[in-house]
Design a protein around this ligand. Structure first.
Ligand SMILES: [Cu+2]
Length: 173
């Protein structure tokens, strides 16, 4: 082959490759774009809220509370130490203290707070340190296992302000 006969062939091959690339790119887009439009928002809507939890290594009720969070769509990262330090660092007063402290979307969550109030907090986004269920009331999430025989003590979920004052956010009676 002489260079003069090679070049039209190469040109035609080149054009063919380019055309095929264009076709496959178009086909890929026509398939992918509607798929992304459908799946994209669902992925974002379903992306779980992250919760970081500090607890003692042998805390069974902490574990049960974490299971309650996960059952309600939270993605939990838990540490088997650092509970007191986390509470102090996040500005949660010790008088509202419980067996575990969590950080969820910028808020401190102390103790056996129900997922329901956490979701409400994240929707309302008040200026606050976070929520607390002081001590460990029986019947609160994670303190409601078979060992308690269905017993339910009344308790309050407190909204803790930045000045350390607390108001009742939800009452469970
Ligand atoms: Cu506990």
């Amino acid at each position: 082959m002489t260079p003069s006969s090679l070049s039209p062939l190469a040109e035609s091959l080149g054009r063919q490759v380019v055309r095929q690339l264009q076709v496959s790119r178009t086909r890929r887009n026509t398939l992918l774009l509607p798929l992304l439009a459908l799946v994209g928002p669902a992925v974002f809507a379903a992306s779980p809220t992250r919760a970081e939890v500090w607890k003692g290594p042998t805390c069974g009720c902490c574990h049960d509370w974490i299971a309650h969070l996960e059952a309600n769509g939270f993605k939990v990262l838990s540490h088997d130490e650092g509970n007191d330090e986390a509470r102090r660092r996040l500005g949660m007063p010790i008088r509202f203290g419980s067996c575990h402290t969590a950080l969820i979307d910028g808020y401190a969550i102390e103790g056996h707070v129900p997922a329901r109030e956490i979701k409400r907090l994240l929707a309302e986004r008040p200026r606050a340190v976070g929520l607390a269920v002081p001590a460990m009331p029986i019947g609160s999430p994670g303190m409601d296992g078979p060992a308690y025989g269905g017993r339910r003590d009344p308790y309050d979920v407190l909204l803790v302000a930045r000045d350390g004052q607390a108001t009742v956010y939800q009452s469970y009676r």
